[in-house]
Write a protein that binds this ligand. Sequence first.
Ligand SMILES: NC(=O)c1ccc[n+]([C@@H]2O[C@H](COP(=O)([O-])OP(=O)(O)OC[C@H]3O[C@@H](n4cnc5c(N)ncnc54)[C@H](O)[C@@H]3O)[C@@H](O)[C@H]2O)c1
Length: 307
Amino acid sequence: MPVERRVDPTDGSSYTWEEFSDFYTGQYKKKEIAAYWETCTVLKKGKAAAKAKAKSKAKAKAAPKAKAKAKAKAKAKAKTRKPPGAFKVCVCGGAGGIGQPLCLLMAESPLVSELAIIDLNVAAVPAPGVAADLSHLEGKCKVSSCVLTLNEDKAIDKAGAALTGCDLVLIPAGVPRKPGQDRKDLLNINANIAKGTVEAVAKFAPNAVVGLIVNPVNSVVPAMCELWKKQGLDPKKIVGISTLDVVRANKFVYEITGKQAEIPVIGGHAGKTILPLFSQDLAGRSIDAAKIPDLDVRPNGYQHQHQ
Ligand SMILES: NC(=O)c1ccc[n+]([C@@H]2O[C@H](COP(=O)([O-])OP(=O)(O)OC[C@H]3O[C@@H](n4cnc5c(N)ncnc54)[C@H](O)[C@@H]3O)[C@@H](O)[C@H]2O)c1
């Protein structure tokens, strides 16, 4: 009787119950492991046989040293990885214009089990109110909030509980550009806001990925990478969020062609540094080359000064 194998969605490999429970024991309770096993897809017979055959072949060839190395690596991986659905996310500036819909998306994501919302006491909508509303969504996500008093509280002193254990920290906290202000004014204000949060993340969640949404993304990201490096942390964990440019490019192409598109956008997140590669998508490629320059500089529909 062949032993049943199931596919673990976190790495796409198949395991027997024995291998699977061995892998997760020590990280999770037996009950949780069993519940997670129930969510994994059973590997079909043909595939199982082929995989088992390939595995035994590999086993016969593997040198004992290589096997020991692989085992140690798997053990280290097991210690650091979380099963899907157990991620903690914090949105700093989560009660603002971008922050609120972002928090809704996070609270609804099946990957997220905990969401912490940080914002100021002067936010137009109070962070505890946003958290209360989102905590009533059906689903497992627990939502909490942390309020910082403007010009008094620092994230590093007050946001420890919100940030500890975070896998992802998203930062839309900042101010949009006001009439009369130039990009440099915006940079000074917003880079300082980001700095306060990033310093606190370095202390309480040094393994988290930090997604910077606050503008000017092109300048705030490298500045925060330097700060992160000074703390001895991996600057590749600091990323700028420019999904908006991809979404817009896809929409503009759809409006012309009526076809769904996935336009890769490279470069930065301001003016000419945004480079949508229309030629790299089937629908984008079908657009007359003469129309591309206009499409490339197309405004977003209203004059959003700060983007
Ligand atoms: N990357 C992108 O694609 C993209 C898209 C839109 C907006 N943005 C940028 O995102 C930022 C936010 O835009 P918005 O429209 O949400 O502005 P908003 O004013 O509506 O929201 C900002 C929120 O940040 C909070 N905040 C300010 N300082 C804080 C601090 N020190 N700690 C915690 N919270 C703090 C404010 O109280 C407010 O609730 C702006 O810089 C904007 O330019 C970026």
